[in-house]
Design a protein around this ligand. Structure first.
Ligand SMILES: [Ca+2]
Length: 296
């Protein structure tokens, strides 16, 4: 690798279309769409000045003097995953920063891709990391999530895909997890419609996530008379009980398509008000990923 590229360089240019800067970072181009390719460009800097707000990554080809402009297929604030940034097999791009604080990528703290890791675990297990790494089935650990978000100014992004390959995402402007003495209580801002392609529950509805402590099968800290973690076979910031259940049981088709009592809502389900199947508790998603804005 070119030594100069080991350093994440923030270009000082500020384009007319954006006040955010750019950083050199790896990412998965399959999540982007090539919008245009401009010939006769002489530098990264010039390439960056050509980007419009929809362009979330650019790539300057030094040999052909060509600037490629990419939009993200997961919304204007999507793509740019930290787990990709650390994957040396992926191409180096110039990516737009996520926010004014210089964050350049989404850090994965939870991820499900298949049923090869059991997520129905106890409190002690959820305190620390488990799984196969951020690219696959993964839990960062409550203490690490607390440390990552303790400043309290993190954006959070949720992504999932159904068994037809349709991808859904939504974001909240704020996400912070308190420490062990507070039961790893979460505070989460309201969903931001402009950064989402799916409507989701309001977190301030008392039954759901905001201000909930974390619960596991052996530590009931929810607000329900029974134990949400046992009933819904997961571990989460349950209120009474959940709008989505990322750490629930992993189902594969055809079982994933027809959850019903007593399995209703215990898969990787997502309930979107007013939309219906498959965005309700009868359908278990294929993948789920939870991320916060961070830097590499
Ligand atoms: Ca309870």
């Amino acid at each position: 690798m070119n030594a100069e590229l080991l350093v994440v360089i923030t270009l000082l240019c500020r384009t007319a279309s954006s006040q955010l800067n750019w950083a050199v970072q790896r990412d998965d181009l399959s999540e982007y769409k090539l919008d245009s390719s401009v010939a006769g460009v002489r530098s990264d800097l010039e390439c960056a000045t050509l980007a419009r707000p929809q362009h979330q990554a650019i790539k300057f080809d030094r040999e052909r003097y060509t600037c490629r402009l990419y939009s993200c297929q997961l919304g204007t604030s999507g793509c740019r995953k930290c787990r990709n940034a650390r994957n040396s097999t992926l191409p180096l791009l110039l990516v737009r920063q996520l926010d004014e604080l210089g964050r350049t990528c989404w850090r994965t703290f939870q991820h499900r891709v298949d049923g090869s890791v059991d997520f129905y675990r106890n409190w002690t297990n959820y305190l620390t990391e488990f799984g196969q790494g951020e690219d696959r089935n993964y839990w960062m650990g409550l203490e690490a999530i607390h440390q990552l978000t303790r400043a309290g100014d993190r954006r959070v992004r949720w992504e999932m895909s159904d068994w037809n390959g349709t991808r859904y995402w939504w974001e909240d402007a704020h996400f912070a997890v308190q420490d062990a003495s507070q039961g790893y209580r979460v505070s989460v801002g309201e969903p931001e419609v402009s950064r989402s392609n799916v409507a989701t529950c309001s977190h301030t509805v008392g039954a759901y996530m905001n201000n909930a402590m974390f619960s596991t099968q052996d530590k009931d800290q929810d607000t329900w008379s029974s134990n949400c973690a046992v009933t819904y076979q997961g571990a989460w910031w349950y209120g009474s009980c959940h709008c989505f259940n990322p750490n629930g049981r992993y189902f594969t088709p055809p079982a994933a398509f027809y959850l019903s009592e007593p399995l209703w809502a215990d898969g990787l389900t997502f309930s979107s008000p007013g939309i219906g199947y498959p965005l309700n508790h009868y359908y278990s998603m294929k993948t789920f990923e939870c991320m916060v804005a961070a830097s590499v």
